[in-house]
Design a protein around this ligand. Structure first.
Ligand SMILES: NC(=O)c1ccc[n+]([C@@H]2O[C@H](COP(=O)([O-])OP(=O)(O)OC[C@H]3O[C@@H](n4cnc5c(N)ncnc54)[C@H](OP(=O)(O)O)[C@@H]3O)[C@@H](O)[C@H]2O)c1
Length: 283
């Protein structure tokens, strides 16, 4: 299959490319910075260059590449700015879907998140509504996710992957990431808020399987949604950080998510729980 991966240099994209190549697919990475060309070539993929906000160039690149499938792994989180990320979800997805439709792309697989479900009893399934009553700044994320998902759904075949909180190489939760730094400073409290994690390798592997999944939405999270009072002390210990302070309460919507649907379709994560994942990947 000829597959274009947008966001080829991101934390998921760079794991996904070699997985797709290994399965025998013809893979083209969409990059905006030419520095990433070498690693794509080394992984056995080719590359095209475009900024997703440059609509005209994006249309040319998609028409020239003419892939069967587009995998949308674009985010804009380097600066931790929710409005930049909402912009790429809204405007970036609009441009990518329009260019894909014009180029005759058959299927889109798009990265979304599980952190925008409305509050409710226990972890969320895919049928739970999004939290359109959330206060700002969360509402910006909810609206961004909604725009991304409904725009991607304009593709006849579409798979929305709602990822949990990513950990693994290059993420905020990696040993040298932002949250690890906060934990070492004693600034990461253990609250009652529930988080569903997913390791980046497992997140990337879900996108490989999604090439064959029926159109729809899938939570891609591990099988162990946990309150901060459970996972923060384990995370801190794995990092040799001080024992965290327990602070009761949670942020709206911190309820985690359930992965039964993805498991039913054959996704079998290497780390079924963050417990093993943290133990094996953090230091
Ligand atoms: N579910 C989650 O918890 C979740 C999901 C995603 C990311 N994150 C966190 O966010 C942090 C940053 O993620 P990241 O390293 O993947 O980087 P990122 O800055 O969010 O970028 C992701 C990908 O999108 C591309 N991109 C961004 N803007 C673009 C544009 N205008 N045109 C074309 N491509 C564009 C980037 O290319 P460039 O290399 O050119 O910037 C990169 O390939 C990580 O620490 C990760 O933990 C969390």
């Amino acid at each position: 299959m000829k597959i274009l991966v947008a966001g080829a240099s991101g934390v998921i994209g760079r794991l996904l490319i070699p997985m797709l190549v290994q399965k025998g697919h013809e893979v083209v990475g969409l990059i905006r910075n030419p520095e990433h060309a070498e690693s794509l070539k080394n992984a056995g993929a080719s590359f095209v260059q475009a900024d997703v906000y440059d609509r005209k160039n994006l249309f040319s690149v998609l028409a020239e590449t003419s892939p069967e499938v587009v995998i949308h792994q674009l985010t804009s989180l380097q600066a931790m700015d929710p409005s930049a990320n909402a912009r790429i979800r809204v405007e970036g997805t609009r441009n990518l879907v329009d260019a894909s439709l014009a180029a005759g792309v058959r299927r889109m697989i798009a990265q979304s998140i599980t952190m925008t479900y409305a509050p409710g009893e226990g972890p969320a399934t895919e049928d739970c509504p999004l939290d359109f009553e959330a206060p700002e700044p969360q509402l910006t994320s909810v609206n961004g996710v909604h725009a991304l998902e409904t725009t991607a759904a304009e593709m006849l075949e579409h798979v929305i992957l709602r990822y949990g909180v990513l950990y693994g190489e290059g993420t905020w939760y990696d040993s040298n990431g932002l949250f690890a730094e906060q934990a070492r400073l004693g600034n990461l409290p253990a609250t009652d808020g529930v988080t569903s994690f997913v390791h980046t390798e497992d997140a990337a592997f879900a996108a490989v399987l999604a090439l064959e999944w029926p159109t729809g939405t899938y939570n891609i999270v591990d099988s162990d949604p946990a309150a901060g009072t459970e996972w923060v002390p384990v995370y801190a210990k794995a990092l040799n950080a001080p024992e965290p302070m327990a602070i009761p309460g949670s942020v709206r919507g911190e309820r985690g998510a359930l992965n039964a649907k993805a498991l039913r379709y054959g996704w079998s994560p290497r780390f079924a729980s963050w417990r093993e994942g943290f133990a094996q990947t953090l230091h």
